[in-house]
Design a protein around this ligand. Sequence first.
Ligand code: PMP
Length: 367
Amino acid sequence: MSRYWSAVTHGLTPYAPGEQPGLDNLIKLNTNENPYGPSPMAIKAICAAAADSLRLYPDPDAKALKAALAARHATSQAHIFVGNGSDEVLAHAFLGLLKHDLPLWMPDITYSFYPVYCGLYGIDFRRIPLADGFALRAEDYLPRDGERAGGIVFPNPNAPTGRLLPRAEVERIAAANPDAVVLIDEAYIDFADDDASAIALIDRHPNLLVVQTFSKSRALAGLRVGFAIGHPELIAGLDRIKNSFNSYPLGRLALVGAIAAVQDEVWFQESRRKIIVTRAMLTARLRELGFIVPPSSANFVFARHPAHDAGEIAAALRQRAIIVRHFKTPGIEQYLRITVGTDEQSATLIAALREILQTARPGTENE
Ligand code: PMP
């Protein structure tokens, strides 16, 4: 606390990102990064752009990146917004499209940044409970008893659960709420089935905004690039916010790196496939050890052991130089969110867990 802070600053509850320890030789499975390096074409493009031209500001409209994304997603540049990581795109969308008199609806268990944006921008929101097994049900997002949402936001697959809502259900929500923006945060969609993305729906639903990131499936979390695809009216709203905040959210290196990454379809499909295969193997091994693991469509799994405390397991893993994410949030405090790493990292994790479960005294049943 400081007397120099504004009242807004005093009132904030900031988001706590997963730890980025400065230690080597850690198996880092806590922030859903990609265990494989980015496309070599992206690295080459970034190196080539580290040149005299860095004197100059980048293109404020990121036209070349929008063109590459438009080609990749069979849409036009007018349907695309880009930002400094999808967190920035989300922040602009919260302020520019989701802040209304009626409350914003979101799941009760979801990406913990959403309530933080609501706090920052003074957005009234309502948490909608998930169903059994953390399933998100479309019927819970339909107007009812005279109540409507001012906006709707959820990740698909949801975070930190990994559960996917089928595209037809996403469409039901968008169709039933034509006066509200429905924002689908597809940070992890590339690890789901091919036809899962709601991008295919944007031409039919002008209220649908789909946000994606280069941080996970493109392995470029360090470059900070995210984007939104939706009706040009939504994109124009985001542009107004962006141009009232920072004209140049993406630097020259980020722009060229992202363009090269979008164009390297071979790298993309291969790395995606490897993670999906490892996820299936990791899920099976965890279940063999007695963990309860809901099916995941993301690059992480969400796991709970009925007889062992999640906090204690996380601490014991840490002693073995393996870090996973443990949220102390009520309702999920007995779960661990474990990023899908390489096959080798998963094998090391499973061996460590086997040892921990054998040596630890089982706790009280937390069924
Ligand atoms: N949405 C969700 C659901 C996430 O888990 C994350 C990663 N923390 C993001 C958005 C933000 O990712 P980035 O800013 O790296 O694009």
